[in-house]
Design a protein around this ligand. Structure first.
Ligand code: NAD
Length: 445
């Protein structure tokens, strides 16, 4: 019986992919549903806005009253391309931010977009999901569909199922539906990508999968039906595939350096005109997702060494770069300016950014550290220079932390005038286009 269901799911998976675009008109013409998005963070808020723009009535349920009030006033709490104008259009009409869980009772779909960090021992932390499910349980009713969208350790959707079924009135797959549909957007591009990236629909049973799929079909995006654990794994593998690739690129950089060669030229030699190339470039690889997601899979299988090794390599890069600087000049009592604090280009998210690890390593060298990022006006702990040329004034070292576009278009003549004469640049991202990881500014500009 199970194999028939699986066969059905495989077939419907292909059909969903093929027809979802064509179904769009038909589906959007139906009466739109009411949705609760629990967690109005980097994943939840853009998703809530897109759904509200599509005509769903959406309650974005957070836990911070001040933040939800600001969102209701039309203030985006973080950078997200295209989001501010949608927020202005939908606030108070189809979108309502609130801390009041009782709205859940009115909703057809409830989507959990809560944080899933790791703790100080690198263990996955369930508490946000656990607490949110516990808070909303009294408002759940038969007929609803609960969608888990956070990145989770495999088995978490079943854990949520067991929490739900502790209440005898909810029978998952019969009168209540549950699916894992992971978020796969890249921060900063969420609005565009929610409508274009195919959605994995991991139902805990066939009926739950179909119910969850209905919601995404109404957005008009391609869907792929599968089971919950496969979707949980697919999300983690998506992220780890990228993370391991970057680790490989970073290891290649270290190996090339051992022969006093720069990796950027070597990567060009590998990739140019060669269809089996595709080697990635090095960088400061981290961020709140890639940094932690490997740890969601190693608790049951302590031999998942590839993840751990990749983590070790990627996390070691700031120290590798600082050592290279130390081998080039005496660092103590000199000024270094870190350009870029976000964990990747063109966003304002500093969570798990390696720029801060570099900062610590540079402070340990007894350097004076100035920080700059065009997208960050302030930081709860650190002073951030607003003007880049002021940040660079008197610098002995420029350390590129993030490959923001702005840094590619600096007035290098002006930079040369304001930094110290023998200023050294550490540019793992190659934003200055020299192809060198470490170089003397005056040799190139
Ligand atoms: N940020 C990304 O680009 C991205 C992409 C794909 C997947 N993910 C995954 O999505 C999940 C969410 O990530 P995020 O970056 O949006 O995190 P986030 O911290 O920005 O958002 C989580 C939000 O949930 C809120 N919250 C916590 N407990 C709550 C509760 N009980 N009730 C209501 N709200 C509560 C928090 O205050 C926060 O605003 C994580 O699992 C992450 O790994 C993130």
């Amino acid at each position: 019986m199970e194999s028939i269901v699986l066969l059905f799911e495989r077939v419907s998976f292909k059909i969903s992919l093929f027809f979802s675009g064509h179904d769009m008109k038909k589906n959007t013409s139906k009466k739109n549903s009411t949705v609760a998005v629990i967690g109005v963070g980097r994943v939840g808020l853009p998703l809530a806005l897109i759904l509200a723009e599509k005509g769903f009535t959406v309650y974005g349920i957070g836990r911070n009253e001040k933040k939800t009030e600001q969102v209701n006033e039309g203030i985006m709490p973080f950078m997200e391309k295209g989001a501010p104008s949608i927020l202005r259009r939908v606030k108070g009409k189809t979108f309502f931010a609130t801390v009041d869980y009782s709205h859940v009772v009115k909703c057809d779909f409830i989507i959990l977009t809560l944080g899933t960090p790791i703790d100080e021992n690198m263990n996955p932390v369930f508490s946000q999901i656990h607490d949110a499910v516990a808070s909303m349980k009294q408002f759940l009713r038969p007929g609803q569909t609960l969608i888990l969208r956070s990145t989770v350790t495999p088995g978490t959707t079943k854990y949520v199922r067991s929490m739900l079924e502790a209440d005898k009135s909810l029978k998952v797959g019969i009168n209540f539906f549950l699916a894992f549909c992971p978020e796969r957007i890249a921060e900063g591009k969420a609005i565009e990508e929610i409508e274009t990236v195919p959605q994995m629909i991991g139902g805990v049973d066939a009926k739950s999968g179909k119910k969850a799929e209905e919601l995404f079909k109404k957005i008009g995006v391609a869907t792929m039906l599968t089971d919950d654990v496969s979707a949980e794994l697919a999300k983690l593998f998506t992220n780890m595939y990228r993370y391991i690739n970057f680790a490989m690129a970073n290891e290649f950089m270290i190996l090339a350096d051992n022969y006093h060669k720069d990796i950027h030229e070597i990567v060009d030699l590998v990739n140019f005109g060669y269809t089996r190339g595709g080697v990635s470039l090095p960088g400061l690889t981290a961020g709140p997702c890639l940094f932690k997601d490997g740890f969601f899979m190693i608790s049951d299988l302590p031999f998942a060494d590839l993840f751990l090794t990749s983590w070790k390599i990627n996390e070691s890069i700031p120290h590798f770069l600082v050592k290279k600087l130390r081998d080039t000049m005496v660092l103590a009592n000199k000024k270094v300016t870190i350009l870029g604090l976000a964990f990747k280009a063109e966003i304002d998210d500093v969570r798990a950014s390696l720029s801060f690890k570099a900062r610590k390593a540079l402070l340990r060298e007894r350097m004076e550290v100035a920080l700059h990022d065009p997208y960050l006006k302030n930081h709860s702990e650190h002073r951030i220079e607003k003007d880049i040329y002021q940040a660079l004034d008197g610098a002995n070292v420029i350390f590129v932390g993030t490959n923001h576009k702005e840094y590619k278009h600096l007035d290098m003549k002006r930079v040369r005038k304001i930094v110290k004469k023998n200023c050294i640049v550490c540019d793992v991202w190659n934003v200055f286009g020299t192809g060198k990881i470490i170089f003397s500014l005056s040799d190139y500009f």
